[in-house]
Design a protein around this ligand. Structure first.
Ligand code: DHB
Ligand code: MG
Length: 214
């Protein structure tokens, strides 16, 4: 049975909700002119539950934007856990830094500024329990390769926008849409990751890294 709008509304109303702080963060981000492209609340809840269920302690996010997903995910970690989030846009990083600092997980989130390729290189092999990728689509191939290196065996690879902003199955020839189509095929064919596209928000890849799998 396909999920109708009414079913979706029903499930969203019974899904872990964002708190007032995160609603205020989104309002402030809109007022500051940030693009409204943060993940959907139910997708954030899903990522939070996945991290909690797998006991994740060290998480890497590529693409901080306003800090909405970083705060949602950091709240799933134990007190000594760390969520590292990387943002290349200075305005977005400034906004996120302010809101992360006044959040309840300020001590669990580390914001890194700059190009994700250079920043991820600073993390050791197999040092992360999960990586969430939600940044410039043209670099998704590079980011997933970087995530593959820093993820431990059994770690989660999470990637936003599998549905290409809703344009996946249209004739849209935009470069980022085409990149996502190719990326989805690449993910599906990866021998060392067991993965699925979950239809929340704009579609999110959830994969489990399996060292030595063929
Ligand atoms: C865009 C990027 C995103 O990560 C997203 O979730 C939605 C839209 C964009 O670049 O337009
Ligand atoms: Mg996205």
């Amino acid at each position: 049975m396909p999920v109708s709008d009414r079913h979706f509304e029903y499930l969203a109303q019974r899904t872990l909700r964002e708190d007032d702080f995160l609603t205020e963060l989104k309002q402030a981000a809109r007022a500051a002119g940030l693009p409204e492209i943060w993940i959907a609340a139910e997708q954030a809840a899903f990522l939070h539950i996945l991290l909690r269920a797998t006991g994740a302690r060290h998480v890497l996010e590529i693409g901080t934007l306003a800090g909405y997903s970083a705060i949602w995910m950091a709240r799933a970690l134990p007190a000594d856990g760390r969520l590292h989030t990387i943002e290349v846009d200075a305005k977005h990083a400034d906004f996120a830094a302010e809101w992360i600092a006044k959040s309840d997980v300020a001590d669990r989130v580390e914001l890194h500024r700059g190009d994700a390729r250079a920043k991820v290189a600073e993390f050791a092999d197999a040092s992360m329990d999960a990586c969430f990728i939600d940044a410039d689509k043209e670099s998704y191939g590079d980011y997933v390769r970087a995530a593959d290196r820093v993820l431990r065996d059994g770690g989660l690879v999470l990637v936003d926008n599998a549905f290409a902003f809703g344009q996946l199955l249209t004739d849209d020839q935009d470069a980022s849409v085409q990149t996502i189509r190719a990326f989805n095929d690449e993910m599906a064919a990866k021998a060392n990751v067991r993965s699925i596209i979950v239809p929340f928000g704009d579609g999110v890849w959830v994969g489990v890294k399996q060292d030595g799998a063929s």
